[in-house]
Write a protein that binds this ligand. Structure first.
Ligand code: BGC
Ligand code: BGC
Length: 810
């Protein structure tokens, strides 16, 4: 293999030259640097997360920035009113500019992940995720989306969005595929500038970074979409040329459009963490490409660099990271960084350079002259959130993002016919929106969380109103009067980041297929609408439908879908399909990576495919023989679902300190009968286990030592979903154990003592186990339940996941 210094030679990257600087701003920056104390400088390069910092602390530690991460919101409420966000932003700002005691007033910057609209805010316009926008091949649409997003972000007083994602996703098993505009660099290159201009305004005009615009972030630099096996935060092994021509294709245009921040990526490149890669963060990005804003880190990403931790990261800083994203680690990091500068591990010059870059961006944004957030233009104008005008843009985006994969002539549907809308996505705006919607993972959203959104069912109903048609909603597909056509809306459930990583590109759910088959058996034509964050192998579903629409994650405007499905009275389309795949569609469930230009390129539907409604198209039967023996791909963190331990974990029982016995039969009891475990039906056959204690015993999940650092970093919990059949008389210990034999216990008896027949969820933050000295890098028993007194519980799920304090049980 090439030595890493050859591999990363910046010389092959285009030399672009830095844009001209504003002399007045430069003078102001120099003046501030003169006057700022060391503490003020160190604080400036640190960003904390809303959930772990108060305005007073932000002031006392001189923090440069605050973010609201995907799960952070006022008072921990992801559905907080927009006014509550604005108030918080305002109070942090006021604290930051409080100059009493000789402090220098430096206004704080607020960043948010407005990645498909202002998606953390109830009522905002939620646009299709990037994968759908890629299918539109319409840069001007992207610019308009950026413009609308900026306006909506401004209503809550925030200044900065962590978008656009310029990843070129090359392996669709990656959980962030939907954040990518496409698998080919051309799509990304053609959109990057458009989104930056939409968000920030056009450089060299008065509108640039005006009070109707926000700072944009080109992320994640670089190689995020190119990791081996599509592993999130994995290793990218691209050559320097491929890094330049494929993965970085969006950066030169984004920089030319004046993007003010770039976020370092979590991934490694040939084993080197990007957060510590000076060749890329400095030599390429700044020296060659002429980037003149600041580099922000990703969520504790600095802590992953060799020799660094979340609270000590000189190497990352020296490599060119200008602002640490230190959500919960900011305080420790502040102290250590101060020491690092005092001890010369970070030079004063490097610190000044980073601070200057941050101040420069704040000045370009006009932050020093701006009023407090609550008094700025657009602040509090919440009628802009999901306004009619904004929804028009989103609806247009939806229409352009849908890709028609099959149509035997059933489309368009006549508006005066009888229509059944079924499938679990039929009336489910949360599923339309996917991850990064109101919460990080986007799970648990219900239609009422989208006061300005419309489900597909509601939109179809609107489309046939006054035309004599009728619509029946039935997620399970039953009907009272036989429909002329059934629209089956189905697909992936929401996920974000590594929670969405998969082993295969199989669409692993049989329910929708059975539904389609039973409709067809009744001679009802099926229009399939597939909601997904990536192309997936759906040959059986394609065969079982008369028309098939890849809708990706369209967002809050169901009407954009109805516009294309429902025609006029004369049987003509009202709007035609124009979307073209920006990702190749797989022919086999294991066909990933699959990218246009591959030597043996053999997709089911090629990159660029997409039918028009008038195309005469004779459907063919797609091969189903390559189906996987078991449809299903489970994640490491799904410890137990659908009645089984998954992902290499084993379900065991043990009596007192006795030997462990694997549970691999429907009924298993321990030697002296202290515990019995039986398979039970809940929503499906044997999809739960009933565990009954008669004496000291435990139920365990165990496996080889597994690193849960990422889950800990993401503030996840151990989550048990169960129903108490007979309540415990004494303690019930929930346990976790590591490879060194350390076991941490927590008594959950009080939380689960009721036997009122309700399903309930018990969640214990992983940080608790770690605080009790569990080694998160080598967990061998992520779950155990130990009790001595009799009790009985039916278990549906055990997982490590993001916990929001509520879960829908049905
Ligand atoms: C993600 C970024 C995001 C950041 C802040 C990280 O985990 O990788 O894309 O901007 O969190 O929420
Ligand atoms: C945060 C996200 C962040 C993620 C990092 C979550 O807890 O809410 O914003 O991206 O952790 O993995």
């Amino acid at each position: 293999m090439t030595r890493s210094d050859d591999l990363m030679d910046p010389g092959i990257w285009p030399a672009k030259g830095r844009p001209a600087r504003n002399a007045k701003i430069e003078a102001q920056v120099a003046d501030l640097l003169e006057r700022m104390s060391l503490e003020e400088k160190v604080g400036q390069v640190i960003q904390a997360d809303l959930a772990s910092v108060t305005p007073q602390e932000a002031r006392d530690y001189h923090l440069g920035s605050i973010l609201n991460g995907g799960n952070s919101a006022p008072a921990g409420n992801n559905r907080a009113a927009p006014a509550d966000f604005l108030d918080l932003v305002d109070s942090f700002y006021r604290a930051s500019v409080d100059a009493t005691g000789g402090r220098i007033a430096i206004p704080i910057l607020w960043g948010t992940d407005a990645v498909h609209g202002h998606n953390n805010i109830v009522g905002a316009t939620i646009f299709p995720h990037n994968i759908g926008l890629g299918a539109a091949r319409d840069p001007d649409l992207i610019r308009r989306i950026g413009e609308v997003t900026a306006l909506e972000v401004r209503t809550t007083g925030m200044d900065w969005t962590f978008a656009p994602t310029l990843a070129v996703a090359r392996d669709d098993r990656w959980g962030r595929t939907y954040e990518s505009y496409g698998e080919h660099p051309d799509v990304i290159a053609s959109y990057a500038a458009a989104m930056v201009v939409g968000l920030q305004g056009r450089p060299d005009t008065d509108d640039f970074l005006s009070d109707r615009r926000v700072l944009a972030t080109a992320k994640h630099f670089v190689g995020d979409g190119g990791t081996e096996n599509g592993a999130d935060q994995g290793d990218c092994r691209a050559s320097n040329e491929d890094m330049r021509d494929i993965h970085a294709a969006g950066y030169p245009p984004a920089l030319e459009a004046g993007v003010q921040t770039v976020m370092a990526s979590f991934n490694t490149w040939h084993g080197r963490k990007m957060h510590g890669c000076r060749e890329m963060l400095n030599d390429v990005l700044v020296d060659r490409l002429g980037f003149d804003g600041f580099v922000v880190g990703d969520w504790n990403g600095h802590g992953q660099v060799e020799g660094c931790t979340a609270t000590s990261a000189a190497a990352a800083f020296n490599a060119g990271l200008d602002m640490f994203m230190a959500p919960d680690s900011w305080k420790g990091l502040y102290e250590t960084t101060l020491d690092d500068v005092r001890a010369g591990r970070i030079s004063a010059a490097r610190l000044d350079e980073a601070v200057a870059r941050i101040l420069r961006v704040k000045m370009r944004l006009g932050l020093f002259e701006a009023k407090p957030p609550r008094e700025r233009a657009l602040a509090g104008e919440f009628s802009l959130l999901g306004s009619d005008a904004h929804r028009v843009v989103a609806r247009d985006a939806v229409r352009k993002s849908l890709v028609l994969l099959k149509n035997d002539g059933v489309l368009p549907i006549r508006p005066n016919s009888r229509i059944l809308v079924c499938g679990d996505g039929a009336d489910n705006i949360g599923m339309q929106c996917g991850g990064w919607t109101l919460s990080w993972q986007g799970t648990d959203n219900v239609n009422s969380d989208f006061p300005n959104g419309q489900s597909i069912f509601a939109a179809v109903t609107d489309a046939v109103a006054n035309c004599g048609g009728s619509v029946e909603l039935s997620p399970r597909g039953t009907w009272s009067q036989k429909p002329d056509t059934a629209i089956v809306v189905f697909g992936e459930y929401p996920y974000a980041e590594f929670q969405g990583d998969r082993d295969t590109v199989d669409f692993s759910s049989d329910g929708p297929l059975q539904l389609m088959k039973s409709l067809q058996a009744d001679a009802i034509p099926v229009v399939a609408v597939f909601l997904s964050g990536r192309p997936l192998w759906v040959n059986p579903e394609l065969n079982a439908s008369n028309a098939f629409v890849a809708a990706f994650l369209p967002g809050s405007e169901g009407a954009g879908i109805a516009d294309l499905l429902i025609g006029d009275m004369a049987g003509n389309a009202r709007h035609d399909f124009s979307g073209k795949l920006s990702f190749s569609w797989p022919r086999h469930p294991r066909q990933s990576p699959l990218n246009v230009g591959d030597a043996d390129y053999d997709p089911l539907f090629a990159y660029g495919y997409g039918l028009s409604i008038t195309d005469s198209h004779v459907p063919v039967d797609h091969d189903e023989s390559c189906a996987l023996p078991v449809r299903g791909s489970y994640r490491l963190a799904d410890l137990f679902i659908a009645g089984q331990a998954r992902g290499g974990w084993q379900l065991l029982l043990a009596e007192g300190d006795g030997d462990e016995l694997a549970i691999n039969a429907p009924k298993v009891a321990s030697a002296s009968g202290h515990i019995r475990v039986e398979a039970r039906d809940h929503k499906a056959q044997e999809d739960t286990r009933l565990a009954t204690w008669y004496g000291p015993a435990s139920l365990l999940i165990s496996g080889p030592p597994t690193d849960f650092s990422r889950e800990v970093n993401a503030q996840m919990s151990l989550i048990l979903t169960c129903r108490v059949i007979s309540p415990p008389a004494g303690p019930v210990m929930l346990t976790m154990r590591d490879g060194d034999g350390m076991e941490v216990q927590v008594d959950i008896a009080a939380q689960i003592s009721s036997a009122d027949d309700d399903w309930q969820t018990v969640a214990v933050p992983l940080s608790y186990f770690v605080s009790m000295h569990l080694n998160q890098k080598a967990v061998t028993q992520p779950f155990g339940l130990y009790a001595e007194d009799p009790w009985s519980v039916q278990i549906e799920g055990i997982r490590v996941g993001s916990w929001e304090g509520s879960e829908n049980h049905d």
